[in-house]
Design a protein around this ligand. Structure first.
Ligand code: URA
Length: 196
């Protein structure tokens, strides 16, 4: 199976009611060859309209956060835990996250990243532990047991949450630096601020 086949399988998946209220499947953005895979929560209104993840307000903040550690949509592959917009931008339910999990697992296997950034609690819940709380777990590395071997995965706050709680940006900044340190250790290149 390749990414196009995964997308086709999702197009044919009838197991979730939210696809009836969503405009379209929001599959992924960025570079499928990238060493870094970023996993968010679910598409919002703008993503649902445009068919790309993280293109609204929180996407703009996400782009700035990535730029701060020398990353962009060429060096990162971006997807979500749930790939259809939940109505009214509500949080996906545990049942929705569970229904999407086999697709997410396969998605990670196909992209085979060297590091994973989980933005928000939904990705952390899906991949590790339904009861994990992002406020406690952010900044703590875990190993995601992919079919190709363990992949270091870091949970951090979701940019939409940071827009509502700007005082948490300092912690988010620590997590981003922590992420970059690990990328350096793994030999994954990032642009340094003095690069042009
Ligand atoms: N929030 C997410 O988690 N994903 C998106 O694609 C947009 C907003």
């Amino acid at each position: 199976m390749d990414l196009e086949a995964l997308r086709a399988a999702l197009d044919g998946f009838q197991g979730l009611a939210i696809r009836e209220t969503a405009t379209q499947l929001v599959f992924a953005d960025g570079n499928p060859q990238a060493d870094i895979m970023l996993i968010g929560e679910a598409p919002g209104r703008d993503e649902d309209r445009l068919g790309r993840p993280f293109v609204g307000e929180s996407g703009k903040l996400l782009d700035r956060m990535l730029a701060a550690i020398g990353l962009d949509r060429q060096s990162v592959y971006i997807t979500n835990t749930v790939l259809w917009r939940p109505p009214g931008n509500r949080k996906p339910t545990p049942a929705e996250v569970t229904a999407m999990l086999p697709f997410l697992v396969r998605h990670i296997e196909l992209v085979a990243p060297k590091a994973i950034l989980m933005v928000g609690g939904s990705a952390l819940s899906a991949l590790f532990d339904f009861d994990a709380r992002i406020t406690r777990e952010r900044g703590r590395w875990r190993d995601y047991p992919s079919a190709n071997g363990p992949i270091p995965a870091l949970p951090m706050f979701h940019p939409a949450y940071l827009l509502r709680q700007p005082q948490l940006k300092r912690q988010a900044w620590q997590d981003l630096l922590n992420f970059r340190e690990r990328l350096d250790a793994l030999g994954i290149p990032t642009r340094k601020p003095d690069d042009t």
